[in-house]
Design a protein around this ligand. Structure first.
Ligand code: SF4
Ligand code: SF4
Length: 107
C-alpha cells in the first residue's frame, strides 16, 4: 500500500485555478478536466511526493488535495493513465483548435 494524491472535486471545481498541474514532477499525472471541472490524478503515475498538496495548500490556498492510502480512494477517483489518455483525446476532439495530428490520438 502507498499514498496517492486525492483531489476534492467540489473544492477544486469552485476555483478553476489549475495551479497543481504545473508543479507535479511526474509527467501527465495531474491534469485539469474542463468538462468535469476539476483537477484529477492518474493514480498509477502518482509517486506520493506531496508537491501538489504543498502547491494547493500554500500557493493556491485552496486545501483541495489530501494524501490517502490507495485502497482508501473513492472509486470515482481511481483514474489511471489509460483513462486520462482517452479523456485527453475526447477533450481534443471537442476542441476548436485545428490540430490535425490530434485526430490520431483518439483512434
Ligand atoms: S491547486 Fe488545488 S484548487 Fe488548484 S487545480 Fe489543483 S487541486 Fe484544484
Ligand atoms: S503527490 Fe506528487 S506525483 Fe502525486 S500527483 Fe501530487 S505532485 Fe504529482
Amino acid at each position: 500500500m502507498y499514498l496517492v494524491a486525492n483531489i476534492d472535486s467540489e473544492i477544486c471545481g469552485k476555483t478553476k485555478c489549475t495551479l497543481c498541474t504545473q508543479y507535479c514532477p511526474e509527467a501527465n499525472t495531474i491534469q485539469y478536466d474542463k468538462i468535469r471541472n476539476t483537477a484529477f490524478v492518474s493514480v498509477d503515475r502518482c509517486k506520493g511526493c506531496m508537491q501538489c498538496v504543498w502547491v494547493c495548500d500554500t500557493l493556491a490556498k485552496h486545501h483541495a488535495i489530501k494524501m490517502v492510502m490507495i485502497d482508501q480512494l473513492p472509486k470515482e477517483q481511481l483514474r489511471t493513465a489509460l483513462d486520462m489518455h482517452y479523456e485527453s483525446s475526447n477533450l481534443l476532439k471537442d476542441s476548436k483548435i485545428n490540430l490535425p495530428h490530434a485526430e490520431l490520438v483518439g483512434k
